[in-house]
Ligand binder design. Structure first.
Ligand SMILES: NC(=O)c1ccc[n+]([C@@H]2O[C@H](COP(=O)([O-])OP(=O)(O)OC[C@H]3O[C@@H](n4cnc5c(N)ncnc54)[C@H](OP(=O)(O)O)[C@@H]3O)[C@@H](O)[C@H]2O)c1
Length: 333
């Protein structure tokens, strides 16, 4: 067998290099295009209902249902979607907190209608979800947008814990809130939503990078993103006009994640606005805020061992800080 000459080796290496350079150039170009030139198509989901049993004109407008809308990013989405002209269904478990958000929406956007959907998502009840959706269908609401926002790692305490020390109840709660509730609600709601329709699912950086001491949360968020991609592709293949977008989110100031807005942390409204700005971009997963997207792209260039090491180091610091704060709380009781 003839051995390869230095010339053919050079050609193979050059072709390989060109391929890598093209892939980098494409990624840079699509990043710039998405954040500088893409124009949102959110307005296509504002089409009035084709038929409806509701009487009021304002109720004929498109509705957006936002889960976990009594705090944080959910409130951000409620305001941004209301500012676009959507009627809003606010979901949460606390009627008092939801009423406060509703009052703020009504004061700022008097032309929209609002409804409350009060349901504790843990334990996740299929009959309760199905009953509620049946009620919406009976009322003939034109629901075009669903934001599966409910979730988080801080919904159990402590947030950081080795898997073997988590109680079975904590694991179940993380599954129910991050995976079970959004999946079951979407399953029930899709047949009721009017096309064209939009489903936004909240993910996290830990969908893409390791999340030691928060493995169940990280795994759930990876589910959210993989599920968004598969569902988006499935619906398109079935001929449905439903856009599904998984949102890869870094640090955002919220009730569950307080902290100052800064270089790497944006406000809940900025996150929601950035997400709505990406509607129609054709991707099934996207990091909506440009700084998060840039950070994630840079982090994913790191060698795996270095990324794992730095996540262990960073998260260990957070584990220690949380332990200290929980001790202070215990002493103050
Ligand atoms: N903030 C971040 O830095 C960040 C980063 C990455 C991803 N995310 C993702 O973004 C989403 C929102 O996060 P967030 O920080 O805005 O959360 P948050 O401030 O903690 O708000 C969570 C919302 O979910 C509701 N909720 C919690 N448990 C519930 C239950 N059992 N039944 C019904 N509602 C319940 C809360 O209601 P109450 O007001 O009654 O508690 C609140 O409205 C999550 O999916 C999270 O994973 C956030």
């Amino acid at each position: 067998m003839a051995s390869s000459s230095p010339n053919s080796l050079t050609t193979v290496l050059a072709a390989f290099g060109a391929l890598i350079a093209t892939s980098y150039a494409y990624n840079i170009f699509s990043f710039l295009y998405l954040f500088l030139f893409h124009r949102s198509t959110i307005s296509r989901y504002l089409q009035p209902a084709s038929s409806s049993a509701t009487s009021s004109t304002s109720e004929l407008r498109s509705w957006a249902l936002i889960t976990g809308a009594s705090d944080g990013i959910g409130v951000g989405f409620a305001h941004e979607l209301a500012s676009e002209g959507f009627n809003i269904i606010l979901h949460g478990r606390s009627p008092t907190k939801l009423a406060t958000v509703e009052a703020a929406l009504k004061a700022q956007y008097p032309h929209i209608s609002t409804r409350l959907f009060v349901l504790d998502a843990y334990p996740c009840s299929v009959p309760a979800i199905d009953d509620y959706v049946r009620g919406l269908a009976k009322d003939g609401l034109c629901i075009r947008v669903l934001v599966n926002n409910i979730g988080g790692g801080a919904l159990v305490s402590p947030t950081f814990q080795p898997l073997a020390r988590r109680t079975a109840e904590e694991v179940q709660k993380l599954f129910d809130l991050n995976v079970g509730f959004p999946t079951l609600l979407t399953r029930a709601l899709l047949p009721v939503m009017q096309e064209p329709s939009l489903v936004l699912n909240l993910g996290s950086f830990v969908s893409h990078i390791p999340g030691p001491w928060m493995t169940v949360y990280a795994g759930s968020k990876a589910f959210n993103m993989s599920w968004s991609r598969s569902l988006g592709v499935e619906l398109r293949a079935e001929g449905k006009d439903v856009e599904v977008m998984g949102l890869v989110v870094g640090e955002v100031q919220s009730g569950g994640h307080p902290g100052p807005v800064g270089l790497v942390m944006c406000s809940s409204r900025t996150l929601a606005r950035s997400a709505l700005d990406k509607v129609g971009c054709g991707r099934h997963t996207v990091a909506p805020w440009w700084r998060h997207a840039a950070i994630l792209a840079a982090v994913l260039c790191l060698p795996e061992a270095l990324l794992n090491w730095s996540m262990v180091r960073t998260t260990r610091g957070m584990v220690e800080e949380e332990k200290r704060l929980l001790e202070v709380d215990k002493r103050n009781l």
